[in-house]
Design a protein around this ligand. Structure first.
Ligand code: NI
Length: 177
């Protein structure tokens, strides 16, 4: 088990586009996914992208199982998504509050596509092809943004909708991710 340090906003490595994975059988990829899993679990996050632990590869993971941060959110099965391709299914955007392990203690209101198709590969190289909406779609868009060097504050339309979690949501004891 290896819990890795998560880079924080301001680190230039979070702004670089990530490279596609080419070798799905490598020990390095297996170890990366184990470390990402352990780190996300330890920090109680809903998702994590490889660049957040300083690895510039197109690998994201996500999972929502009664996350205390999102008590009303639908469950999202643990997913490893490599070399993702997102296709929005409509122009409909929904605003929702997001946090990020790279922007600890903060929340912002972010527009995302309400529904989309995502394609890519799992950790064994098997294809993934899902059509999702709502919170699942939001999590995927947030994580895949990390592979493009985009952090959620860059997408906030009105910076008055950005602030400290404990001030925006007092008493809710929400965690980062
Ligand atoms: Ni994030």
């Amino acid at each position: 088990m290896a819990i890795r340090d998560v880079l924080k906003m301001g680190d230039p490595r979070l702004l670089e586009p990530a490279r596609p994975v080419e070798d799905f059988a490598s020990h390095e990829l297996t170890q990366l996914i184990v470390d990402m899993h352990d780190t996300m679990r330890a920090l109680n996050g809903a998702g994590l992208a490889a660049p957040q632990i300083g690895v510039g590869l197109q690998v994201v993971i996500f999972e929502v199982v009664t996350n205390p941060r999102y008590p009303d959110a639908e469950n999202v099965p643990f997913t490893v998504l490599i070399n993702p391709l997102l296709t929005p299914l409509s122009d409909d955007l929904e605003e929702g509050w997001e946090g990020c392990l790279s922007v600890p203690g903060m929340r912002g209101l972010v527009p995302r596509h309400a529904s989309l198709r995502y394609q890519g590969f799992d950790q064994t190289g098997q294809p993934i092809d899902r059509t999702v909406s709502g919170f699942h779609a939001r999590v995927v868009q947030h994580e895949v943004d990390h592979l493009r060097g985009i952090l959620y504050p860059m997408r906030i339309r009105d910076l008055r909708d950005f602030g400290f979690t404990e001030t925006l949501f007092p008493g809710q004891n929400l965690q980062d991710d």
